[in-house]
Write a protein that binds this ligand. Structure first.
Ligand code: NAD
Length: 480
């Protein structure tokens, strides 16, 4: 144990020591990275910064491990256990990286500039700045889809950012406390204790599962007077939940939800959102009003404003509303030096964390080659200027040709996982040339170990494991 602790301290201390990074070099090209999500972070992790001056711009200065976000809404995990500062990655790079917490507002693909703004409200906030780029890695993700339905932004909670999970947790506890307040009318208790989730994709399903666990494991103990009144309803426009999963796993999820008394309303579409009820059109085209206490909106994603603006600037080639079009090397169609990864793109792959992170890793290899190419070009010019031997020149030309050879991006699907509550998960895995669909406790263990091993740092892994242990021993913290 002492050795392990010693090794751990050694690792953390050496990681904390100030890095001896190369300074900015004006002769090297400027590479601007927009974003700090899955695509940008996996790119930065792999990137060799020696040949570039790298600037990272993102409205949040950390990476959020989104697959575990639903667990934060009910206190299974603490918020800080699933985030990692972006500087945690950049401070170990060979050449110094500039990281700005700011929102990119405009990309000019002709002048090759990015305009970004400091959004903080402290005194002295920097305002708006425009900088030039030689290369741009565009990884801004997307925003919540509302389909323009009235009242969603005002009354519903999304589940995308860390602040969303916090807001859901607060609102949930507010509903429960108010329901438990003395002399509440019965129908008001029922409304307050009705938690409605819109969207039966993985986000909505995982949230409903976590909420169920909170009810069974904790609410029944802490709020016996109202816990029995809690109802969870999942509303989905399509005939079934989780359309991207196999039939068997859809059935497994639906029957688990039935056992857990989670009402699933399929073929039901939310049309309007009011302050304390949603208006839906059911399978028989009848309009109904459903009262709710908490409403979680998880109907998928759409392009951000900055992406739509970029598309319109490149409208002759950027013709997909769903997202940006890129070639096989993730280079943005119609722009010079711009690459795009992740949810902001429209490719043949689903917009998932797995795709974005593989694209980020791939793109880092492209930049490795771009860096080598620039280096060998310079070497070649110097060799020619100094009348070097033909062998030396030939050798460098060979290296240059190797660096110029690129292979297209190839996505390798590792499977899909989702937590569905009551210690059960579903796993759709492409193994042994076939699909293995599994649900239940074994899948749950797999879900846990897969997510823990995908967490980027030892620190995050330790925190997540400790949170799980804490909940097992003490239960969830029900304070607001
Ligand atoms: P999604 O797009 O997968 O699902 C949204 C669902 O909302 C759809 O099934 C849609 O039919 C439904 N919907 C839309 N409008 C509606 C309305 N007005 N009324 C009722 N239902 C409506 O969204 P998501 O779950 O946020 O996932 C987004 C992406 O992220 C997907 O690609 C998903 O695969 C991925 N993801 C994966 C995981 C995982 O694998 N565990 C977890 C979260 C997200």
């Amino acid at each position: 144990l002492l050795t392990a602790t010693g090794a751990f301290l050694y690792v953390t201390q050496t990681q904390n020591s100030p890095p001896e990074q190369l300074p900015t070099d004006t002769k090297k090209p400027t590479l601007v990275v927009l974003g700090s999500g899955w695509g940008a972070t996996s790119f930065l992790k792999q990137l060799d910064t020696e040949e570039f001056n790298v600037v990272v711009i993102s409205p949040r200065n950390y990476f959020l491990f989104t697959p575990l976000l639903p667990s934060v809404t009910v206190g299974t995990l603490e918020p800080r256990s699933i985030i990692q500062p972006t500087r945690y990655i950049t401070r170990h790079k060979k050449r110094k990286v500039d990281v700005y917490e700011a929102e990119a507002q405009e990309v000019d693909p002709v002048k090759k500039t990015v305009t970004f703004q400091d959004l903080s409200d402290v005194r002295g906030a920097a305002g708006s700045v425009t900088i030039p780029y030689d290369y741009l890695v565009y990884a801004v993700g997307c925003e919540n889809q509302t389909f323009g339905i009235k009242g969603v932004n005002e009354h519903a909670c999304f589940l995308k950012e860390l602040s969303d999970a916090d807001k859901i947790r607060t609102k949930l506890m507010d509903c429960i406390e108010t329901a438990a307040f003395r002399d509440q009318p019965q129908d008001e208790i029922d409304r307050l204790m009705h938690m409605v989730v819109v969207g039966g994709g993985p986000t909505g399903v995982e949230y409903a599962g976590e909420l169920h666990d909170f009810l069974i494991d904790d609410l029944k103990k802490w709020y016996p007077e109202v816990a029995e009144r809690l109802r969870i309803t999942l509303i989905e426009a399509l005939p079934n939940v989780l359309p991207a999963f196999s039939k068997q796993l859809i059935q497994y999820t639906e029957s688990t939800f039935a056992e857990n008394k989670i009402d699933v309303l399929t073929r039901t579409m939310v049309k309007d959102v009011k302050e304390s009820s949603v208006v839906v059109q059911d399978a028989n085209k009848q309009m109904k009003e459903i009262p709710y206490g908490l409403l979680v909106w998880a109907t998928g994603n759409t392009s951000r404003q900055i992406t739509r603006d970029l598309m319109s600037k490149l409208s002759s080639v950027q013709t997909q509303r769903r997202g940006l079009l890129v070639d096989d090397y993730l280079s943005l169609l119609g722009a010079d030096g711009v690459y795009a990864v992740g949810d902001c793109t429209a490719t043949s792959y689903a917009p998932t964390a797995q795709v974005a992170s593989q694209q980020g890793i791939y793109l880092a290899s492209i930049f490795q080659k771009l860096g080598q190419k620039a280096k060998y070009e310079q070497q070649l010019a110097e060799l020619r200027a100094t009348n070097a031997s033909p062998e030396e020149i030939e050798g460098t030309i060979k290296k240059l040709n190797r660096a110029a050879k690129l292979t297209p991006f190839h996505y390798s699907h590792q499977g899909s996982l989702a937590y569905i509550g009551s210690e059960k998960a579903i796993a759709d895995l492409p193994l042994f040339n076939g699909n293995v669909a599994s649900g239940g406790g074994a899948a749950m263990l797999f879900w846990r170990s897969a997510y823990v091993s995908t967490l980027y740092s030892v620190r995050n892994r330790t925190l997540v494991l400790a949170d799980w242990a804490k909940v097992k021993i003490f239960g969830r913290d029900v304070s607001r």
